[in-house]
Design a protein around this ligand. Sequence first.
Ligand code: TZP
Ligand code: MG
Length: 224
Amino acid sequence: MDPIDFTLYLVTDRSLLPAGKDHLETLEQAIKGGVTVVQIREKNADTAEFLQIAQQSKALCDRYKIPLIVNDRIDIALAIGARGVHLGQTDMPINVARKLLPEGTIIGISCNTVEEVLRAKEAGADYVGLGAVWSTQTKKLTSPPIGVRGLGVMLEALDSSNISAVAIGGIKSSNLAHLLHGSTSQTEHRLDGVAVVSDIVASPNPEEAAQRLRSIFISSRLVA
Ligand code: TZP
Ligand code: MG
């Protein structure tokens, strides 16, 4: 299977959609704008609803050949044949998830400290989500944002390992260049991408929002 391109990682949140906007329509526009991987994140849906949203989103992502990752739920990932799962620190441990999922399923984990990054490396995570970098309205944070400096320290902890790394939390087209310059100029391990919720999902024009983020990421990669 092709490796995942993490450049622009859209994490969905239907509660942030502007009035009258539909999840699948927004997802399609974001993909047209250049999103490279999608995570379906449903914090309020029951199982039946989560499954239905995940199935519909998977069908759309398949049409555009975009990999789909399911937040939290191994069972839903299995049911829809997702490319991966994204786990939090208090979700199913990586080694147990690995046993349950088909070979080749991507497992990512959220990390907020260097210790969590080292544990994720040890446990064989395929990628880490580092953050929250900045404060955000999208998620109630349980620890303070790590900032650009903190992100740099966590990237250093990844050293030369081949785990992919994405930053998350408060990332917008207005601060992305700053984030990329500040966190990765000194480190051996560079960010493979950025994970974004509200700057795309809550935008009146998700396609343009995705285009802006992607082009900032790509230009910074060219000069780095
Ligand atoms: N995990 C850490 S911060 C966050 C998640 C899911 C939310 C990020 O949302 P936004 O809108 O991109 O700040
Ligand atoms: Mg979780």
